[in-house]
Every structure is written in structure tokens, then in C-alpha cells.
Design a protein around this ligand. Structure first.
Ligand SMILES: [Zn+2]
Length: 230
């Protein structure tokens, strides 16, 4: 969440971004322009550009209303929906040494989130399971949620979202042993004119022991089977 709901670490975010670029999975966005989102005057100028569009669309004829809506929309996109494009909001992680030599899987499940489809800019409603088997460090399970929250707050493709979280967590937790599974419902799913708002899509990545040990893998896939996208 934005607005100091969790501690942030820009430098750590930039290290993660470097990894995403290496793997070719960073969002194709203009980071120079996104840096300007923190500038109120810039947001105001974006809203002013949006007003003629709304008016030309034909759903606003009143300057006052369209200007308010344009400002709300720009604020919603830049400050609420897509703050995960700004590494100033990357969560702080605070790893702890694994002093207890705990080496069993830790599983965070039923993590509900919403993201936004990059193609249509409409909501994706998802549920995630994230598991890791620690090597040298431990982190609080809520940190897994905050990494998911960060990457979900971007225009997304479900496959890229899963990959970004997977690669980031492998880097942050210094282990290959990461698994992430997502089941999501896309508001935009329409094919051949037929809309189906009840269908869901599953995607997953398994690393290290979660990939090689079929019983771990099956255990997590069974969990995914049992959950419903909301
Ligand atoms: Zn879509």
C-alpha cells in the first residue's frame, strides 16, 4: 500500500529492477515520465490534457464536471492504481539470519489482491499462494504480501506479474526455493463477443526444491485448485 502503510526502500527496489531488466521482465514504461508523478503541477497538466478527451468522447459537456473527473482519474492512476511503477514505493524487507536453521517451507496463502490488465486497463481480481524454503535468511511472511502488492499496482499481464514476484523474491530471500501460484479473474475476458466473468486463469512459477520435489509441487497445486478467484 502507498501512503506509508509499509516501510519503503528505493535502493533495494533499484537492485530488484536491475534483475527484472536482466530477465527481460520489467514493464515497458517510461520511467522518466513516471518520476514526474510526484509533482502536483505535472499531474495537473495531465488532467488538463484529459479534459478535452472526455468532452470529445461526448460523456461530459460541463467543463466543471469534466475537470473534476479528469483530476480524479489522473490521481487514481498515478497515486492509487500504478504506484508500483515507482521504486520509491518498493517495500523494505529486513531479512533476519536463519539462526534456528529452519529449513522447512513457509507458505503464505489466500493472499487476495487486485491488479490492472495492461491491455484494457480494467481490474484483475486474484488470489496468490507464495512459498519459500529458507536458506541463510528469514523474512516475515507479510513481506511476501508487500512485494506482491507492489508489483500488482502496475498495468499487468498475469504471466509477467508472477515472474516479477518470483525473480524478486529469489533475489531478496537469497534462495532458489520460491514458489508462487496465482489464480485470477480478469474483468476483460471476452472472446468472440462472448463475455465470461466467471472464468479464472492460473499461472505459477516453481524454483529450487519446489520445482524438483514433486510432492511439494503437487501440494501447492492442490491448494491452488481449492481456492476460488474472488
Ligand atoms: Zn484485458
Amino acid at each position: 500500500m502507498k501512503n506509508n502503510q509499509y516501510q519503503t526502500n528505493y535502493e533495494l527496489g533499484k537492485e530488484v529492477q536491475k534483475r527484472l531488466i536482466e530477465f527481460g521482465i520489467e514493464n515497458p514504461v517510461n520511467h522518466q515520465l513516471i518520476k514526474q508523478w510526484s509533482n502536483e503541477e505535472h499531474l495537473d497538466s495531465l488532467a488538463k490534457k484529459l479534459i478535452p478527451f472526455l468532452e470529445n468522447l461526448g460523456i461530459y459537456s460541463n467543463d466543471e464536471d469534466s475537470s473534476h473527473t479528469a483530476n480524479r482519474l489522473v490521481d487514481y492512476w498515478c497515486n492509487q492504481l500504478f504506484y508500483g511503477l515507482d521504486y520509491n514505493y518498493f517495500p523494505q524487507i529486513n531479512p533476519m539470519p536463519n539462526e534456528f536453521t529452519y529449513h522447512n517451507p513457509l507458505i503464505a496463502e489466500n493472499i487476495k489482491f487486485t491488479s490492472t490488465c495492461e491491455h484494457h486497463l480494467v481490474p484483475i481480481h486474484g488470489v496468490a499462494i507464495i512459498a519459500y524454503k529458507p536458506d541463510s535468511i528469514l523474512v516475515g511472511l507479510n513481506k511476501l504480501n508487500s512485494v506482491l502488492d507492489f508489483f500488482a499496482h502496475r498495468p499487468q499481464l498475469q504471466e509477467r506479474l508472477v515472474k516479477q514476484i518470483f525473480i524478486s523474491l529469489q533475489y531478496l530471500l537469497k534462495t532458489e526455493n520460491i514458489a508462487i501460484l496465482i489464480k485470477a479473474r480478469h474483468d476483460c475476458i471476452c472472446s468472440n463477443g462472448v463475455c465470461d466473468y466467471s472464468s479464472s486463469h492460473s499461472s505459477f512459477e516453481f524454483g529450487g526444491v519446489f520445482d524438483s520435489d514433486l510432492s511439494f509441487k503437487q501440494h501447492l497445486l492442490n491448494k491452488l485448485d481449492r481456492i476460488e478467484a474472488f
